[in-house]
Design a protein around this ligand. Structure first.
Ligand code: CP3
Length: 345
């Protein structure tokens, strides 16, 4: 364990319990904030915002100024990696991401083997700009998508409810799929190393679509590649702090926590809390897991749900978060209510 630092979130990642759990929200910079919507308008489009260091730094800092969260998360997107691998990526308002799909195994051969870091340079510059502007106690998080989740968008070309195209592709063309996963492992490893070298304190690996996989496929396409990324990052930065978030892992979260050498695991809102406390939090610190929908509802349901999460996890090393990203229709007053309840203020 390293020395006690004045950033509560990093203490938790070192395995220590904080008396008041540090708190941040996935997608905390986003459309529920009027100041985000105004900055995005100024940038012209979502991708232009991701690649504009001045404006991306501004939106990274907006939720910190407003809510004094314990962590800032770099403003970017997981799909900048396919973009830096030479794939077309576009964000269509109201429809989400649109990529050129991968239908044939041969297409995988045509994908660049290395990311073009020149394209990603503005993101590293955003990190350098944000870093000196953060209050001392606020941790700075970078991130990437896990290879499985990024591959689901690269194959389907857009979001789907169950990622059927990627699951079918992996069953039909396991060698080509493995090849794609390998390219993504390598790209994500160097991307995270560059983020840490640019100044983030820790990184999170988002495996948003882990939950659509049967346990054996989860071990193969989520656990194994994520483990390789963590080991690859630590080859270069031995004390790199990493959070893994395999959304929807269910009972497989225990296996993930024991086989992927991350510092902490994220929990979605569906996980059984007793299981997570007894079988996962005993292995490593946990983060989560308020239902993003109860944050829209507010009122007594919100208070009760915050209390349930706190009761389940706050006796051990714990970071309070949502079980997935905050949605655009969430009232700001409800975020404030949640924070008062967590912090007892
Ligand atoms: O958390 C943060 O505040 C940091 C920024 C961040 C974004 N996306 C900004 C964003 C992070 C960490 C992500 C991760 C991301 N992106 C994931 C993994 C986590 C998750 O939420 O599941 C995934 C699957 C993506 C891919 C993606 N980006 C989708 C499916 C969409 C469309 C859905 C949506 O919410 O609109 C995006 C767009 C996106 N990424 C927005 C933001 C703020 C909204 C774009 C807009 O402003 O119109």
């Amino acid at each position: 364990m390293s020395a006690v630092v004045n950033k509560p979130l990093l203490n938790v990642l070192d395995g220590r319990r904080e008396p008041v759990p540090p708190v941040w929200m996935m997608r905390q910079a986003g459309r529920y904030l009027p100041e985000y919507r105004a900055t995005r308008e100024k940038a012209g489009s979502f991708l232009k915002l991701c690649f504009n260091p001045e404006l991306a730094a501004e939106v990274t800092l907006q939720p910190i100024r407003r809510f004094n969260f314990d962590a800032a998360i770099l403003f970017s997107d997981i799909l900048v990696i396919p973009y830096a691998l030479g794939r077309k990526v576009d964000f269509v308002a109201g429809e989400g991401p649109q990529l050129e799909a991968i239908e044939l195994p041969e297409t995988v051969q045509k994908i660049r083997r290395e990311v073009d870091h020149g394209l990603l340079d503005p993101i590293y510059e955003t990190i350098a700009r944000v870093k000196p502007q953060l209050p001392d106690r606020v941790a700075f998080l970078g991130f990437c998508g896990a290879p499985w989740t990024v591959a689901t968008y690269m194959i389907a070309g857009h979001g789907t409810p169950d990622q059927a195209p990627a699951r079918l592709f992996a069953y039909r063309h396991p060698d080509a799929f493995d090849e794609l996963i390998n390219v993504l492992v390598k790209a994500s490893t160097t991307y995270l190393i560059r983020q840490l070298q640019a100044g983030v304190d820790a990184v999170q690996i988002f495996d948003t679509w882990a939950g659509v996989l049967p346990p054996e496929e989860f071990a193969r396409w989520s656990i194994a590649p994520t483990r390789r990324i963590v080991l690859g990052v630590r080859d270069v930065i031995p004390d790199a702090k990493i959070i893994g978030f395999p959304r929807g892992a269910g009972a497989s979260l225990e296996r993930y926590a024991s086989e992927v050498p991350v510092n902490a695991v994220g929990m979605d809102w569906m996980i059984d809390k007793t299981f997570a406390r007894e079988r996962v939090q005993t292995l490593k610190p946990v983060q989560g897991n308020l239902d993003p929908l109860v944050l829209i509802a507010g009122g007594a349901a919100l208070d009760r749900s915050v209390d349930d999460v706190m009761r389940a996890f706050s006796d051990g090393p714990f970071i309070f978060n949502l079980g997935h990203g905050i949605t655009p229709d969430t009232p700001i007053a409800h975020v404030e209510q949640m924070l008062r309840r967590v912090r007892g203020s």
